[in-house]
Design a protein around this ligand. Structure first.
Ligand code: SF4
Ligand code: SF4
Length: 352
């Protein structure tokens, strides 16, 4: 077989012998504590997992330190979860506590297993991407510092998944997380005519707009945006750097609640709007942090054991949700987007 660097390597190549031997033959798993799981195979073999949150954007020295820990305790095998937690996969139970001690010494705290908050899934933010309305890593750090007790102690009614996407393009699973922050632009992009003429392919810019809000303006060799049709998605800015969408005064965060991916007990659910707008408040985003804490505290107190966030809201009703959280219900909560009707009768898995 010809070896190339296209595509991911075959998944089996990256697994330990124990995992390969028991692939598809796991009998059950148990949560040992908030940082540790054990998977038991049909033949009785056990695989221990130690999970810790990471900041997602990591220095190469940190990654090398993780590799050294994996070499020391688990034959070099670890993985990253879709929520940017690191999971060390151990065969020897006696290595669990020494590994945890080494992680603590590095400043990492095992947690996020069971009825806890796991690491907060997030996007690139101001560090990496071109269309963010809010930062990602900065807000996530501030939020996780505030809710650390829910990460390290299993005191929630069920698992709770947090996420953040820094714009509507939403690389961050906001639609299917229990509590989610999404960055929103609230004004149309500005067209810098002189630069558009020099830098951009006008047919591509026009074609990039999902709402057909852009038309060519041949007299200026530029484009014109119909503000009424614009939904502030930033797609045109992706095509053309001369149509910036940033606006420090108007950009900010919205908070959604009640989404989940799991099909357990109830089909997967889309999240819905709880807070329409909170302004950007770097570097600590106090209002976002306070609101997320409030949303989690109320759920922790009011939900029944085993009930996910969306299931809890469905049981008590949205009217009561706004009452118990004390959040204002505004006209912004009413979804009047012209294409939203087909989504009313749908879940993440079915439409009817
Ligand atoms: S959510 Fe938007 S701004 Fe954030 S990384 Fe994705 S595309 Fe970029
Ligand atoms: S921001 Fe989105 S909707 Fe608005 S003009 Fe650009 S591409 Fe169209």
């Amino acid at each position: 077989m010809v070896k190339t660097d296209f595509g991911p390597p075959k998944y089996l190549d990256m697994m330990s012998d124990l995992c390969k031997r028991n692939y598809g033959k796991w009998k059950y798993h148990e949560v040992l504590d908030t940082g540790t799981l054990v998977h038991v195979a049909e033949n009785g073999e056990k695989l221990y997992t130690v999970r810790s949150a990471t900041p997602r954007l990591m220095h190469i020295d940190t990654l090398r330190a993780f590799c050294d820990l994996a070499d020391k305790y688990c034959d070099g095998f670890f993985r990253f979860t879709s929520r940017h937690s690191i999971e060390f996969l151990l065969e020897d139970e006696t290595n669990i506590e020494p590994l945890k001690a080494d992680l603590h010494a590095m400043g990492y705290s095992p947690g996020g297993v069971g009825n806890t908050i796991s690491n907060m899934l997030h996007t690139q933010g101001w560090i990496h991407c071109h269309t963010p309305a809010i930062d990602a890593s900065g807000i996530v750090k501030a939020v996780m510092d505030e809710v650390f007790d829910y990460y390290s102690e299993a005191k929630l009614p069920a698992r709770l998944r947090l996420s953040l996407a820094c714009c509507l393009n939403m690389c961050g699973a906001v639609h299917c997380s229990d509590v989610a922050i999404v960055g929103i632009h609230r004004v149309p992009p500005k067209v810098l005519d002189e630069k558009v003429a020099k830098m951009c392919e006008i047919p591509n810019v026009v074609a990039a707009c999902p709402t057909r809000a852009i038309r060519p303006e041949p007299s200026k060799k530029s484009v014109v945006i119909n503000d009424e049709k614009c939904m502030y998605c930033g797609n045109c800015y992706t095509m053309c750097p001369a149509i910036p969408i940033f606006d420090p005064k108007n950009d900010g965060a919205a908070i959604f609640v009640g989404g989940k991916v799991s099909d357990a007990r109830h089909p997967a659910m889309f999240s819905k709007l709880a807070v329409p707008y909170i302004p950007n408040e770097p570097p600590k985003w106090p209002t976002v942090v306070k609101t997320v804490r409030l949303l989690i505290d109320v759920y922790a107190k009011d939900a029944k054991q085993g009930e996910r966030y969306g299931e809890w809201i469905n049981r008590i009703g949205w009217e009561r949700f706004f009452k118990v959280t004390g959040l204002p219900f505004t006209d912004k909560h009413i979804d009047d987007y012209i294409f939203s009707v087909p989504t009313f009768r749908s879940t993440a898995t079915f439409k009817w």
